[in-house]
Design a protein around this ligand. Sequence first.
Ligand code: IP8
Length: 246
Amino acid sequence: MILIKLGGSIITNKQKPLTPNLFAINKIVSQLKKIKEPIVVVHGGGSFGHYWSVRYNMHTEPAKYNRKGVSVVKNSMVELNKIILDSFLKHSLNPYCLPPTNFMFSNKADLKKVREIAKIAKAGLVPISFGDVMWHSKNKFYILSGDRIMGILSKILKPRLVIFVLNVDGIYSDMKTKKLLYEIKGKKTTISEVKMDITGGMTRKIKEAISISKSGTNVFLVNGNKPNRIVNAIRNGKFEGTLFRK
Ligand code: IP8
């Protein structure tokens, strides 16, 4: 099984609130059609969920956030999810909508439910989850990022390969020369060693990628504007991007 995260930066236009990048979505999904293994997909919030969570000052820390804010963020993610689901359906990829409330209780994964996700994928559907605003407890809510979901699902489902689809080629060792780091290897890798010139969003992704690769799965960061690279990695083991080797 292959676990794929479609980053918010590639599936939406981050400069324009509430704008999907339909061109990129359809291009990626039409390539995913070539994959003959079960896949599980998670997508991010981009200019939908992130836009509203910033407006309502909501974070990953559980807190008593503005109630309307909770509804608005949630609605925007359902809206973006519907756009992704429609694209998968249009390309005959049988999406199966899977909000994280289906397999998370508070901030803990429900093991039994997570294990069922693999069975849904093997049955010929594509489970599609997403970063979301979640009920915590005691009137508190929190933002659960898609990257965190990737970590949770990887550790339980042990996919053959984990892929993060971005709108850049991978991790650059130097932003000026755009020199790409092709491989980051070894159990001792720490975030400070690979951080370099990257943004906060990327830092979280790298943290998750290191932790997933340390738990025994190769993690590949790839440019979604060149989605044939996703297929090449899965089918031929040709990694044109950044590979975190297990
Ligand atoms: O884009 C964020 O998910 P991410 C989800 O994977 C929300 O960080 C609701 C902002």
